[in-house]
Design a protein around this ligand. Structure first.
Ligand SMILES: [Zn+2]
Length: 223
């Protein structure tokens, strides 16, 4: 059986993080833990946490680090994560969360933190040309459209450009991400955990490079 892995994956919107996370979690057979997905599910299912999160978000407040860490810690405590490892996507977001994570996983620390780096101009091009299926969420682009007009190949749903995928809106999100993430990059660089990967190549190459880097990390650790 292949070894698992304990990873944090960082990357701005349009850097291909979603694609790489799915492939990495399959490759290492570890749960892909997306805090965004978990919170959306909690809100949908109206769990105690979901209701609390919704109240805060509706009033425009950020969710406290403790609340998010609580959700993540619970998931990390499940058997698959304890035995195989995990891939964290969208977490940590703040230094406070990063510190809490560090102490939560103190006994089996992270193998590394992958930062998918893509120039803003390229990300901008990717995002403004992006088209999305309104029914199943499949992603297309103006250069790779569905086969028959703007009808989804998977489900026949309507494929559209999202309202918030305009150049101005994207720039605002990218700048916010940059500001939010810079301290985290420093935090992990200081701990020798940061691996910056060029995400501008095609997804297969990015994946191959990432796997090679993880392999080297794990070999160095077991030495
Ligand atoms: Zn679809």
């Amino acid at each position: 059986m292949t070894a698992g892995v304990r990873l944090v994956v960082l990357g701005k919107q349009g850097a291909g993080k979603g694609t790489q996370c799915v492939r990495l979690s399959h490759r290492y057979a570890v749960p892909h833990i997306s805090t965004g997905d978990m919170l959306r599910a909690a809100v949908r299912e109206q769990t105690e946490l979901g209701l609390k999160a919704k109240t805060l978000m509706d009033s425009g407040q950020l969710l406290p680090d403790e609340l998010i860490m609580g959700v993540v810690a619970e998931r990390l405590g499940e058997r698959d994560a304890r035995t195989r490892g995990f891939l964290l996507d969208g977490f940590p977001r703040t230094i406070g969360q990063a510190e809490m994570l560090e102490s939560t996983v103190a006994e089996a620390p992270l193998d590394c933190v992958i930062d998918l780096e893509v120039p803003t101009e390229l990300v901008m091009n990717r995002l403004v040309s992006r088209r999305v299926c309104t029914a199943c969420g499949a992603i297309y682009s103006t250069s790779q459209p569905p086969i028959h007009g703007w009808v989804c190949d998977n489900c026949g749903g309507e494929v559209i450009q999202r309202k918030d995928d305009t150049a101005d809106a994207i720039m605002v999100r990218l700048q916010a991400y940059e500001k939010e993430t810079r301290p985290l990059i420093e935090f992990y660089r200081d701990r020798g955990l940061l691996e910056t990967i060029d995400g501008s190549e095609d997804p297969d190459s990015v994946f191959a490079v990432t796997v090679a880097i993880i392999k080297k990390r794990q070999a160095d650790q077991s030495r």
